[in-house]
Ligand binder design. Structure first.
Ligand SMILES: [Zn+2]
Length: 376
C-alpha cells in the first residue's frame, strides 16, 4: 500500500514439502493481507522438483525460483541453497510444461565469487564496495548468458530477477531465440544507490550494488527495452537478524517495496529519464502480463480489479522509518529525499493508504494463485 503497491508476489520457501505448507500460506493471505498476493516458490531441493506440477495444478503457483550461487558457506540461514546446472535445467523442463510458467534464476557464478572474495576476506574489508567487488560484473553476466541458453533449450519463459548491471546487459534486449523467452527485472536499490557510497553491511545485497556508471546506464536500460519489470527484492530484516559483519551478515536491502515508485518518480520521471507511461508498464502492465494476472491486474478496464494509485509527482518526502510502515529498524533509504510519492492507494476499490497512513481496516487481500491466461 505504501508506495502505491496493490499486489504483492512474495517468494515462499520451505525445506520440506510444499504440499504440506502452501494451503496454510494461502489461508494466511486471506487472514492477514491488506492487498492481493500470488506466490513464487523457491526450489532448493531435488525432491521439490517433483512437486512442481502439483504446486501449479493444485495451488496455482506458476513462478519458481532457483539459485546458482548460495553454495557452501553461502547457504543462507533462511534455507536458500544454490543448485547445480542439472537440477536447474530439470526445473526449467518442469516449468516449461506449465501454461504461463516462469522460471526465475538468481544468476551469479559461485566459483568466480570464491576467487574474488578471498583477498577481500583476508583483508577483512567491511565496506559496501568490497561486497560488490567480490561478486564481479562479468560473473553475473556469464551466469545470465548461461541461463538464457538453458531457457532456449528447455523452451521455458525465464525471468532474470534483480539485475543491477547497466553496462553490458544490453544483450538482454534481444531476449532469447527459439522457444525460450526472457524477461528482465531490476529493483529500486540498483537505481538509487551505488557501491562506492559506503553503507557497510547495510548495502550488502545479492547481486551486489554496482558503480554509479552502472546505475546511470541502468536508467537507459529501463527505456530501451532491456528491463521489463520492477521488483523490490524487499527483505524485512531487523538489524539483529541482518547481522553486522560484512562476510556473515544476511544479504538483502531492507525496506524496498515502498520505494519502487518514489525512486522511479524521483530519479526517472522528475529528471526526464523516464516517461510516466513507461513507469506504468514497468510497475504494472508488464508484471501483470508476465505472471498471468492481466487484465484483472495491470489495466484499467471494465472487469479489472479496481487497484489504483493516485500519484503526487511533486510531493517531497524525506524518508525515515515511520514513512515506510515496515518492521525494519534500519534502511539505506533513511534520509533519501523523494520527489514524487503515492498520495492514495486503492486496492479492490477500497482506499488502503492515504496521506502517508495505512487506513485499511481489515484484511481484504485474496490469494491470486489461479490467474488468467498467459499473455506475455
Ligand atoms: Zn535472488
Amino acid at each position: 500500500m505504501v508506495g502505491g503497491v496493490t499486489t504483492v508476489l512474495p517468494f515462499v520457501i520451505t525445506r520440506g514439502s510444499y504440499a504440506d505448507v502452501l494451503a496454510d500460506m494461502q489461508r494466511a493471505v486471506a487472514a492477514e493481507s491488506l492487498v492481493d498476493m500470488a506466490f513464487h516458490a523457491i526450489i532448493i531441493r531435488e525432491s521439490q522438483i517433483a512437486e512442481i506440477q502439483r504446486m501449479a495444478g493444485e495451488f496455482g503457483v506458476r513462478a519458481f525460483k532457483t539459485f546458482m550461487a548460495y553454495k557452501g558457506r553461502e547457504i543462507s540461514p533462511s534455507g536458500i541453497q544454490g543448485m547445480g546446472d542439472a537440477e536447474i535445467f530439470s526445473v526449467f523442463q518442469e516449468v516449461a510444461k506449465i501454461p504461463g510458467g516462469v522460471a526465475i534464476v538468481h544468476c551469479e557464478n559461485m566459483e568466480l565469487i570464491e576467487l574474488h572474495q578471498k583477498p577481500l576476506i583476508a583483508a577483512n574489508r567491511q565496506d559496501t564496495a568490497a561486497w560488490s567487488d567480490g561478486r564481479p560484473v562479468f560473473g553475473e553476466l556469464e551466469a545470465i548468458r548461461s541461463m538464457v541458453a538453458f531457457a532456449e533449450a528447455a523452451g521455458v519463459q525465464l525471468l532474470i530477477p534483480h539485475m543491477g548491471i547497466g553496462i553490458g546487459s544490453e544483450m538482454l534486449r534481444q531476449k532469447a531465440s527459439g522457444r525460450g523467452r526472457v524477461a528482465t527485472e531490476t529493483c529500486p536499490h540498483y537505481l538509487a544507490f551505488d557501491k562506492d557510497t559506503d553503507r557497510g553491511v547495510m548495502g550488502k545485497v545479492n547481486p551486489p550494488l554496482r558503480s554509479a556508471a552502472h546505475a546511470d546506464a541502468l536508467w537507459e536500460r529501463l527505456t530501451d527495452g532491456t528491463v521489463d519489470v520492477m521488483g523490490s527484492d524487499h527483505c524485512p530484516f531487523t538489524k539483529a537478524v541482518k547481522g553486522s559483519d560484512l562476510w556473515t551478515a544476511r544479504a538483502g536491502i531492507t525496506g524496498g517495496s515502498a520505494m519502487i515508485l518514489p525512486v522511479l518518480l524521483t530519479g526517472g520521471v522528475n529528471r526526464q529519464r523516464l516517461t510516466i507511461e513507461r513507469l506504468v508498464e514497468l510497475t504494472s502492465t508488464n508484471a501483470a502480463r508476465l505472471f498471468g494476472l492481466y487484465p484483472k491486474k495491470g489495466a484499467l478496464e471494465v472487469g479489472s480489479d479496481a487497484d489504483l494509485v493516485i500519484v503526487d509527482v511533486d510531493r517531497q518526502v524525506k524518508v525515515d522509518l515511520p514513512t515506510l510502515h515496515s518492521v525494519v529498524d534500519f534502511t539505506p533509504y533513511e534520509g533519501y529525499v523523494a520527489r514524487g510519492w503515492a498520495a492514495t492507494t486503492i486496492a479492490g476499490g477500497q482506499v488502503v493508504y492515504d496521506g502517508g497512513e495505512v487506513v485499511a481496516e481489515r484484511a481484504r487481500g485474496r490469494y491470486l494463485g489461479r490467474g488468467g491466461q498467459p499473455s506475455w
